[in-house]
Ligand binder design. Structure first.
Ligand code: CA
Length: 222
């Protein structure tokens, strides 16, 4: 899952990026309203954390333009504005939720989870063959044995399992799990897939199939 943080306060932006990356999200930061609007309209993000007061274009205006262009990406406002009128104003601009500054990271995380869950009617328990995944508890089991995965391995497996039955292209996997600074030409995904197969004790084409020249997939029937 990929999150856009539009925030002009570098300390807050860094704090959010670090915390969200530790939770396996891919995170990009936009530091002003113009860049924020361009990124928001790119359609590359599963959710947007949007500061209200921004240089250039305000968060409310970004949200309004996003909704005018028929984008349904969930938006959570981050702002010190907290009178009822202001909250209503923000929600009327098309925001899905609202977090007051100063905030606790745990609260933001929970609100993000709620939005992402309602968008894709995600189930937090996924399975494929002998592999079971409890996304909320951040646990993976192979034949009932718990397996320790790194954050990126976990995010990669979750992505493949949520897209069961579909070919997952390398570029889409990278966009979903890594951020813009990632070097698109490396074979790092293949390295991660091999590590996953090994940790999950899968014969190489067992559950995660290689689609030559394209990417990877988990069959629907599994
Ligand atoms: Ca600001």
């Amino acid at each position: 899952m990929r999150i856009l943080v539009v925030e002009d306060e570098p300390g807050i932006a860094r704090f959010l990026k670090q915390g969200l990356e530790e939770e396996s999200y891919a995170v990009d930061i936009a530091e002003n309203g113009r860049t924020g609007l361009d990124c928001a309209l790119s359609g590359e993000y599963d959710l947007i954390l949007l500061d209200w007061m921004l240089p250039g274009i305000s968060g409310v205006e970004i949200c309004r333009q996003l909704r005018t262009k028929d984008s349904h990406t969930p938006v959570i406002f981050l702002t010190a504005k907290d009178t009822t009128d202001e909250v209503v104003f923000g929600l009327q601009a098309g925001a899905n939720d609202y977090v007051k500054k100063p905030f606790h990271f745990e609260e933001i995380l929970e609100r993000i989870r709620v939005q992402l869950r309602s968008v894709s009617s995600n189930h937090s328990k996924l399975s494929a063959g002998k592999i079971e995944m409890d996304v909320d508890a951040h646990k993976v089991f192979s034949n009932g044995d718990e397996i320790n995965l790194t954050q990126k391995e976990f995010a990669l497996l979750e992505y493949l399992m949520r897209n069961k039955g579909k070919v997952c292209r390398r570029t889409r996997i990278i966009e979903s799990i890594w951020n813009h600074q990632f070097d698109y030409n490396t074979g790092v995904i293949d390295v991660y897939i091999n590590a996953l197969r090994k940790k999950l004790d899968l014969a190489s084409e067992d559950i995660i199939k290689t689609v030559r020249g394209v990417g990877y997939m988990i069959d629907q029937e599994i």
